[in-house]
Structure formats: structure tokens, C-alpha cells
Write a protein that binds this ligand. Structure first.
Ligand SMILES: Nc1nc2c(ncn2[C@@H]2O[C@H](COP(=O)(O)OP(=O)(O)OP(=O)(O)O)[C@@H](O)[C@H]2O)c(=O)[nH]1
Ligand SMILES: [Mg+2]
Length: 511
């Protein structure tokens, strides 16, 4: 008992929950009141007259929230109905293996945010302190009964575990708890499924879901179909009937494998289109800036603040899945691109990292990484390191160097000055901005300009009038020092990149 205190969150969001010792082996976290309406807390910005593309997308998303049980191309596979999880009233449970109480609390609060983003109502949250998750039931077997009591007393229909569980763990827990059990990975995949809107995004999510699902087909599928049978009034067999037979499982597995390879092929074609586009930008020597960071840090808001792009902003996790690229100019007039990217999270499911490879390449292919951190978060440095881990993993996988990083602390309008002073210590070298108030944005533009790669070869050339396209390229790509129109052509002194310098070589020193 000593090391296995069950913690409890009352209904509602545990963010900012108080901690009160209750008994020697148990602590109850009395949370705040539950969110009173089914809304997800978006405050439309009243100062914007026209709805931007992002706002329209948001409206659309809001009106389409929680569509359950959609059939898909794979509808003949029994388990596929679970690909869109029907989470309604959930109890969260985590195993706290290391770190202090605050860590356990933050982790569960994040799980609650994820669950709410997926559209469910969080009824309670429990954390068990133990050295490692139980191999059979995730929480200790003794605690499963306690968890069952919480499920009964709250009327929950789903339990969400704060980790990635094996098929066996999921099945055993479902057997004992008699409600649906899912893990953090499935929850994140569900959010991605709800938010995917482009063809590429949808294919990426489906691939990730199938890959997650495949190894869990047998054990989990059995429990699931039994449960579904019970809920659906016995259509596929009531409680106690067996799951899909071995032959059925084999068929399902084959179908899923087939679908996976089809998706892989499609994604490969789409990624070629994306890299061709990027290649064209690179060929034009337009430097690329990627805006990356933890989910909900304000990456899309920052893109909007820097370019007026009007992309979707939402107080939800993983609002952005499709990268948006906008052209921008430095204050001294140099063109570059800014790309808003998909957010990161602690322990980003590896299936998603793999499926979203081409999207994530936008990050590692950038000349500069603007790494956005939410300054109002209690543990921003942990989010910073979670992001850096994913970025360096992707870079290593591609054999690419990690792009230079500019750390930006956002939402300073929500942070008091003492905390800002603390953050300056904690995150040295960071720039402080507010995408909402515009504070620090001009300074950020200057810093981006400073950090962007500059043309570095100084040339002095006399370009004949028949080669006007070279003069145009110097204007577009280089930094002009002096220009003079002579009888023999245009005399240019400029700083350019090495390949343009090469093209100009025949005319260097000709005057
Ligand atoms: N107070 C305040 N809120 C901000 C600021 N920037 C963004 N937000 C809010 O933070 C939430 C998330 O903003 P987004 O721009 O959607 O964040 P994101 O990083 O793109 O999120 P994902 O795409 O979901 O990963 C929204 O509710 C924004 O209104 C800021 O400077 N100040
Ligand atoms: Mg976003």
C-alpha cells in the first residue's frame, strides 16, 4: 500500500488542481469544476472583421465534432469500427514511475487535455506509484478492483491509460473492468483522425492507426468484439461469446497488410510532390523557416502574427496536421518562407512519427527552426526537450543536420514579470513574444533575418544586356552593393550564393 497510492482527480480538468493529503496512502486532487458546456473554449477574436480561412476551418471542425462509427473502406473488418473511438465518459489512469508528484500530475493533466480534445468528458483521474507498470494489468492487480469501483461509481464507459499498452494488458484490463480500455497512443491517433483534413493527412493517420492496430488485433480484438456485441444488443454475440475466429483474424490481417502497402505507396507519391515543391524553393534559394514546437504552443498563431496567413488556431491539441507554407520578407527585404508544422508531444507515438515522415521533413529541411514554447506552461523546459528529442531523431533518421534553432517563448501576455525573469534563466537565449498582443514580434522578425543564411560570395561582373535574366537573379537572390548601366552591359557588385557566382563567372572581371 505504501508505494501504491491511488490518486484521484475529481470531474473536470485537472489543470491547476490542488493537492490535499487525504490518507497516508492516498492523495485526492480536488480539481476545479467541470467545463460547463460542451464547448472547447475557443474565443473568437472580436477584432477580426472577416472570418479568415482558419476561422472557417474551425467552424467547420466544430460543427463536425464527434462523428461516431463512420464506416470506411475497410468496413468489412470487424475491428475497424474502433478506429474512430467512441469515447464519452472516461476515467484516466497513470502509472507514476519516476519524478516528483508534480510530474505525475502534469502528465495526467496532459492526458485529460488530450481526452477532452478527442471529445470526451473526464470524470476522474488516478495515478498509481509503482516502479514499473504491471506486465499483466498495467496498474497493480490489487488496484484494478479499486479502479473498477471508480468506473462503477462514476458511470464511465471508457478507461484511458497513460502509456502504450500491449494487447494482453488491454484485454486483461477490459476483462476485469468491463468497459473499453484504450491507451494514450490510441487516444492521440484518434485526435489525429478527427483533425486530418487533407488527403495526405488522412492517409498518414490511417497508416499510423493500422500499424498500431495490427499487433493488437488478436487479443484486443476478441475483448472488443465481445464488448461491442454486448452493447449492440447481441448483434455480433453477447457478453461471453468468443471473438472473431482464427480464419477471420487471418483475413483481417491480410486485408490490413494490403491496405498498409497501398497507403505507403500513395504517401510516397504525395511526398514526392511535396519535396519537388520544396526543391523548387531551394533552387530559387529562398531560405526556409520552420515553426515547430509542442502542441498548442501557438505555432499557427505565430505564423498568423508574422504573415497574416489566417491559418486555423484552436485551443486544442494537434489542431494543425497539414503544414502551411507562406512567403515572407525580412525587414531588409529578403524573401523567405515560413512553414507552420504539426505539433509535438511527449512520447509522440512512433507510428505517427513514421506515418508523418514527409510532413516532419519540413522541420529538418529548414534553414532555421523557430521553436515555439508556451510561456504559460508550468514545465516549459520539458516540452522544449521533448521537441528537441523528436527533431534530432528525425534528423538522424534522414542523415540530415539538426537545423539551427531560435527559441521563442510565446504567450507572454499571460505570464507575469517574475515568471518571465525565471524563464529567461531557464531558457537562455530565448526571445519573448505574444502572438496575440504583437509584443516582441518585430524583434523576432529582426532575429529571423539575422539568422537566415545570407549570400556570401562577393562578385563584380559586367553582364551583357542579352543576359538580363542573370541581372534579375542577382536582384532576386543576392544583395546588391552597386549597379551601373554601361555601354557594354550592366555592371554589378553584389553578394550572391556560390552557384549564382558560378553562373556569373564568365562575366567577372570582363569590364
Ligand atoms: N494568451 C495567448 N494565447 C495564445 C497566444 N498564441 C496562441 N494562443 C492561444 O493558444 C492556443 C493554441 O494556439 P495555436 O496557434 O493553435 O497553437 P499551435 O501550436 O498551432 O497548436 P497545434 O497546431 O494544435 O499544435 C489558442 O487558443 C490560441 O488562441 C498568445 O500569444 N497569447
Ligand atoms: Mg497549429
Amino acid at each position: 500500500m505504501k508505494n501504491s497510492a491511488l490518486w484521484s482527480h475529481e470531474a473536470g480538468t485537472p489543470a491547476g488542481a490542488r493537492t490535499t493529503a487525504e490518507a497516508d496512502d492516498g492523495i485526492r486532487l480536488d480539481g476545479e469544476a467541470p467545463l460547463d458546456d460542451g464547448d472547447f473554449g475557443f474565443q473568437p477574436e472580436s477584432d477580426l472583421a472577416d472570418p479568415s480561412a482558419g476561422e472557417m476551418a474551425l467552424e467547420e471542425r466544430a460543427s463536425l465534432r464527434r462523428v461516431a462509427g463512420l464506416s470506411t473502406e475497410l468496413a468489412d473488418i470487424t475491428e475497424v469500427e474502433y478506429r474512430r473511438l467512441r469515447l464519452e465518459r472516461v476515467v484516466l489512469v497513470g502509472v507514476w514511475t519516476e519524478g516528483d508528484a508534480a510530474h505525475a500530475e502534469t502528465s495526467l493533466a496532459e492526458l485529460a487535455r488530450l481526452a477532452e480534445t478527442a471529445g470526451s468528458e473526464v470524470l476522474d483521474g488516478l495515478v498509481q506509484r509503482r516502479p514499473r507498470p504491471d506486465p499483466a494489468t498495467y496498474v497493480g492487480s490489487g488496484k484494478v478492483k479499486e479502479l473498477r469501483d471508480v468506473v462503477i461509481s462514476t458511470g464511465a464507459d471508457t478507461v484511458i491509460c497513460d502509456g502504450e499498452l500491449s494487447a494482453g494488458q488491454l484485454r486483461q484490463l477490459e476483462d476485469k473492468l468491463k468497459v473499453k480500455v484504450i491507451d494514450r497512443t490510441a487516444l492521440i491517433l484518434d485526435i489525429f483522425a478527427q483533425h486530418a483534413s487533407s488527403k495526405e493527412g488522412k492517409a498518414q493517420v490511417e497508416l499510423a492507426q493500422l500499424q498500431y492496430f495490427l499487433p493488437r488485433l488478436r487479443g484486443w480484438g476478441e475483448a472488443m468484439s465481445r464488448q461491442a456485441g454486448g452493447r449492440a444488443g447481441g448483434a455480433t454475440g453477447g457478453v461471453g461469446t468468443r471473438g472473431p475466429g482464427e480464419t477471420k483474424l487471418e483475413t483481417d490481417r491480410r486485408l490490413i497488410h494490403k491496405r498498409i502497402s497501398k497507403l505507403r505507396k500513395e504517401l510516397k507519391a504525395m511526398s514526392t510532390v511535396r519535396s519537388t515543391k520544396r526543391g523548387r524553393r531551394e533552387a530559387q534559394h529562398v531560405p526556409g523557416v520552420a515553426i515547430a514546437g509542442y502542441t498548442n504552443a501557438g505555432k499557427s498563431s505565430l505564423l498568423n502574427a508574422l504573415t497574416g496567413a489566417g491559418v486555423l488556431v484552436e485551443d486544442a491539441l494537434f489542431a494543425t496536421l497539414d503544414p502551411t507554407t507562406r512567403r515572407a520578407e525580412t525587414p531588409d527585404g529578403r524573401p523567405h518562407t515560413l512553414t507552420d508544422t504539426v505539433g509535438f508531444v511527449r512520447h509522440l507515438p512512433h507510428q505517427l512519427v513514421e506515418a508523418f515522415r514527409s510532413t516532419l521533413e519540413e522541420v529538418t529541411a529548414a534553414d532555421l527552426l523557430v521553436h515555439v514554447v508556451d510561456g504559460s506552461e508550468p514545465q516549459p523546459h520539458e516540452q522544449v526537450s521533448a521537441v528537441r528529442t523528436v527533431v534530432s531523431d528525425i534528423a538522424a533518421e534522414h542523415g540530415a543536420p539538426v537545423p539551427e534553432e531560435l527559441l521563442v517563448v510565446n504567450k507572454v501576455d499571460q505570464v507575469d514579470p517574475t515568471r518571465i525573469a525565471e524563464l529567461r534563466q531557464l531558457l537562455p537565449g530565448a526571445v519573448f513574444v505574444s502572438s496575440h498582443s504583437g509584443e516582441g514580434i518585430a524583434n523576432l522578425r529582426e532575429l529571423i533575418a539575422e539568422r537566415l543564411p545570407r549570400p556570401d560570395v562577393l562578385i563584380d561582373a559586367l553582364v551583357p544586356y542579352t543576359r538580363g535574366e542573370l541581372v534579375a537573379r542577382v536582384h532576386a537572390e543576392g544583395e546588391l552593393v552597386a549597379e551601373e548601366h554601361t555601354a557594354d552591359g550592366t555592371r554589378l557588385r553584389a553578394k550572391v550564393r556560390s552557384d549564382l557566382a558560378g553562373a556569373l563567372r564568365p562575366f567577372v572581371g570582363a569590364g
